[in-house]
Structures are given as C-alpha cells and as structure tokens.
Write a protein that binds this ligand. Structure first.
Ligand code: RNT
Ligand code: ZN
Length: 417
C-alpha cells in the first residue's frame, strides 16, 4: 500500500477543514507517554518474588513469558518500544530495583536503580517512579502510611522519603523531571467507625515523608486517589477529596486513574476541573471493566474524551500522561504496544480537530453545527495520517507489529520456564 499517497489525500481533506496534519504529527511526536514497567511481569518486581500481589489490585491469567529479571524486563521493553512511534518514558516501581543485595524497602538507594538509569540514558528516555506500598508484610493489616501502629507508619514514611531521593536522582541523571506517584491501598473491608483519624494520619505522615527538600526541576510528587479496592470495599483513606485537597494545599500534582471512580464517573470530565487548582496533573490511563480491573486500554469513547480534554484547551502541557493496566492473560509485550499505540491514536485524533472552528461554533450557540461537525469528523481519513506517522517514525504500519511480537514470543518468551 502507498502510505505516502494515502497521506497526501488525507492531508488535503483535513486542510479543507483548516487542519494542518503535519503540525498535528509534530505535536504528537513531542508528547511522551509514561509507559508502566509493571505490565511486563504482572506487578511482581524483583525484590520479593515470593510475595503475592496485595493492596486490593489483581492480575489474572497465566500467559507464558513474564519477565523474571530486570535484564529480561528491559529486553521486553526494548521490543515494545521498537513498535511504538516516537520517544516515551518508563515508569518504575520501587520493587523493580536491580540489585543482588536484597534490600528492604527502607534500605533502597539510588544506586539500586543505576542499571535502569544507564538503560534510560542509552535510549534517551526519561524515568518516573513510584514507592511500592503493597505486596509487603508491613502492608498486611490493610494499612500502610495511615496505620494506627507508629512502627508501620514509620516504615512507610521512610520508604516514601527514600523513594523521593531515587526519583530526584532519575531527574538529575536524565535531565527530565521524574514524577513520583504516591498511591496507598489503605482502607477497611467493612464499615469503619472513625472515618477521619486514618485520613489525618495519612495527611501528617505524607507531610513527614515529604519533609526533605528536593529539586523541583528533577522531581515532582503526585498523589493518586481511589474509591475502593478488593478487600477494602467500605472505606479508602486516600479518597478523591482527600487526594485532591492534599495536592492543592501542598502544591503537588494529583493523579487521576481512569479506574478509580464510580462506574458512571469519567476522568475526562475531571481533568479540566483539577487543572484549575493544581499546576500539574498525572494520569493513569486504564480501562475499568465492571471494576478497577486494569484492562488494556482500547480506543474507546472515554480514551478519546481524555485526549480531547487534554488537547482542546492545551492542558496537555501540564499533564503527565501515564498508563496503568496489567493483563496476564495475553502476550504482555502486545499489551504494552496495543495500549500505548491506542493512547497515541487518541491524542492524534484530538490534534486533528479543527479546534478554533469548533470553539467559535460553540460560543455562538450553534449546537447543530457542533454536533454535525464532530460526528462527521469521526470518519475523516485518520488512519492514513496514523499509518504515515508510523512509517515515518520507523515502526510497523498497522498490525504488522504483531509479527515481531510473535517471533520474539517464540524465540525468547516461550523459553522462559
Ligand atoms: C492501584 C493504583 C496504582 C497501581 C500501580 C501498580 O489501584 O492504580 O497506581 O496500579 O501503582
Ligand atoms: Zn493507578
């Protein structure tokens, strides 16, 4: 197929509507996605390989080939990155430390992540970070940093304090600010008597964990809210009001996860509100199916709406777009490629909107034209623009990438016993 010729036709069709497709592609090229490392090994990490995943999150499935070491995970990521157009970032969790020393979470230091920094430097990509406040004996009560037990609380405060140093080190070494996402599974399975005390403890513990000054050019804290988790159905300490209030009053970022709200709520509508009150925003783009199931992101209406919220009013400039899904029932590299390419497709669709025209139409109250135009735009020749972009970025066009994944599965993944 003639990708170039198809693009020329598409470019003219968009141009008739006043849309510059070359400019849209240039904007897309400059939009990094923070790709989550934990899709590659079902959120296990390398520090405590015998611990089951806890914190009310779950991976299901037994697809072969999960990475068992940092070297394997990096090799898998290299394959995924070779199939995703343009440069992105990698989002690491503390349990992905690459060391033989067997440190506990409160012993972690930047040097335990040196191999990741070398890898990122070679590829000229940025790193983001997360303290891991689950899958650990100190989290077995269902509470971490908001625990009523001062020893438990102190443990998690120290882990988060150290995590900030690691995140700052990423930013300094790589010359691009690392966003460190704080998420705590803390909550009650059944109805609590006191809903305030754990929140007060979380607030003060977070202040303590964040007491060391860090270079804002290298590190940014973000706090993620949640509505419920498995085993914490009745009460979550870090609720939406808690996390947004904390982020606003402390001048940090708030993290919106697409699966962390009631089923009819959507984060696409929350993005513009949150960014009125916080300087920056982190996203965990995910796909909840009936619950916070973290399915692979597909190009559905909500994904498109998220991208529209970010692009139409320029809020993407203050947003860190991260992914958060984990499916152990399909090829994990394919999961990364599908989800990330879909995020990029959604952004490109948004960059291809005739924004000025639609804004003018809306402001003059012409809702007929607004509906007519947005519906017709859905079937504009977007695919020709996307294909051309993939070709130009040197990655496979359309589903051709699956051949590479299949070959790697046969040669490498299936050989991991
Ligand atoms: C859990 C949160 C959290 C985790 C990752 C692994 O519900 O979404 O972000 O998924 O930190
Ligand atoms: Zn999340």
């Amino acid at each position: 197929m003639n990708t170039q010729k198809n693009y020329e036709i598409a470019r003219q069709i968009y141009a008739e509507r006043g849309v510059d497709t070359d400019a849209a592609l240039e904007r897309l090229r400059k939009t990094p996605i923070s790709i989550h490392c934990w899709q590659g090994d079902d959120v296990r990490g390398f520090l405590f390989r015998d611990r089951a995943l806890s914190g009310g999150i779950q991976t299901t499935g037994h697809y072969p080939g999960a990475a068992r070491t940092a070297a394997e995970l990096r090799a898998d990521l290299d394959v995924a990155l070779s199939l995703i157009p343009s440069k992105h970032r990698l989002n690491l969790h503390a349990i992905y430390a690459d060391t033989d020393e067997e440190p506990d979470l409160i012993d972690l230091e930047p040097r335990h992540f040196a191999s990741w920094v070398d890898w990122a430097k070679e590829r000229r990509i940025g790193l983001d970070f997360n303290p891991t406040c689950f899958s650990h004996p100190m989290a077995d009560s269902g509470f971490t940093i908001s625990s009523a037990d001062p020893d438990v609380r102190a443990f998690w405060i120290e882990h988060c304090r150290r995590s900030r140093k690691i995140s700052e080190y990423f930013g300094r070494e790589l010359g691009t600010k690392s966003v460190m996402n704080l998420w705590f599974p803390d909550g009650y399975k059944d109805i609590p008597f006191d809903r305030e005390a754990p929140r007060y403890r979380m607030m003060t513990a977070l202040d303590e964990a964040r007491r060391d000054p860090v270079d804002p050019a290298c590190h940014l804290d973000a706090l993620e809210s949640k509505v419920f988790g498995i085993g914490a159905e009745s009460y979550t300490v870090g609720s939406a009001e808690f996390a947004l209030g904390y982020a606003v009053t402390r001048g940090i970022a708030y993290t919106l996860d697409a699966g962390h709200f009631h089923p009819t709520e959507v984060i696409s509508d929350k993005i513009p509100s949150v960014l009125l009150y916080t300087k920056e925003l982190m996203l965990h783009v995910s796909r909840p199916v009936r619950w916070d199931s973290d399915h692979v992101v597909i190009l559905d209406d909500e994904l498109r709406a998220i991208a529209q919220s970010l692009v139409r009013t320029g809020l993407i400039e203050r947003t860190h777009v991260g992914l958060d899904f984990f499916d152990a029932s399909i090829n994990r590299i394919a999961a990364w490629v599908i989800g990330t390419r879909n995020m990029l497709k959604a952004l490109l669709l948004a960059y291809l909107e005739p924004a000025d025209e639609l804004r003018r139409i809306e402001l003059c109250g012409d809702y007929t034209s607004r509906l007519a135009l947005t519906e017709e735009l859905k079937v504009y020749p977007f695919a020709a623009v996307w294909d051309y972009y993939c070709e130009r970025m040197g990655v496979p066009v359309r589903e051709k990438w699956l051949e590479t994944v299949r070959r790697y599965e046969k040669d490498v993944l299936l050989k991991r016993a």
